[in-house]
Design a protein around this ligand. Structure first.
Ligand SMILES: [Zn+2]
Length: 202
């Protein structure tokens, strides 16, 4: 199951390691003059929510077809996506998040968490989302919960940004030396460019 890339040559990959990063990564090359917006193709939002496991097949169909406010909901999601990107970018590049941004994330996450209920699971009990939440809200709540989980779980130096395409990811490697979104894409491109540069200067 892939996101439709339209005329764009790149591919979308779930490499963030956390839903909040996979969400911010639905814009590629964000800080350049050629960003790519994956949600310009509306079906991609439903597809994305399905491949990340947030929505099931019926819910993702419902998101696209039975929602009167789809455009408003998409705008709301895009705003949240930008907010989360700026928040993590601040942590990565400056080592901290402003009080204003933290406060905003607290409020948004509190609202999301108020829609969770305890329910039985094979291993005991789990928090799960209430029945009847709109699909777009399920996406919103899930990415907010993921973002606050990432911030409170520990090693913040594992939150990284690919220096090439600006995708965010959680570096779970043993030695914490992952630099690129993937070696096959930006890692290789960097290697080839460095090789060409070396050869040129010979
Ligand atoms: Zn990259």
């Amino acid at each position: 199951m892939h996101l439709d890339s339209g005329n764009y040559k790149g591919t979308y990959k779930l490499i963030g390691g956390e839903i909040c990063f996979d969400f911010t990564n639905t814009i590629s090359w964000r800080e350049t003059d050629h960003p790519h917006e994956w949600f310009d193709i509306e079906e991609n939002l439903a597809q994305w929510a399905q491949i990340t496991g947030i929505l099931d097949c019926n819910q993702s169909r419902q998101l696209l077809h039975s929602t009167k406010d789809f455009n408003n909901e998409l705008e709301q999601l895009k705003k949240t996506r930008l907010f989360l990107y700026n928040l993590f970018n601040s942590q990565i590049t400056q080592g901290f998040i402003s009080n204003d941004a933290l406060h905003k994330l607290s409020l948004l996450t509190q609202k999301a968490n108020s829609h969770q209920i305890l329910s039985p699971s094979p291993s005991g009990y789990i928090w799960s989302w209430q029945q009847g939440i709109k699909p777009s809200e399920l996406i919103l709540f899930s990415v907010l919960k993921s973002a606050s989980d990432v911030l409170t779980r520990g090693d913040l130096s594992r939150i990284k940004k690919c220096p090439s395409c600006q995708w965010l990811f959680l570096d779970t490697s043993k030695n914490k030396r992952r630099r690129w979104c993937t070696m096959e894409d930006c890692g290789n491109r960097h290697k080839v460019n460095a090789f060409n540069k070396r050869n040129k200067s010979k």
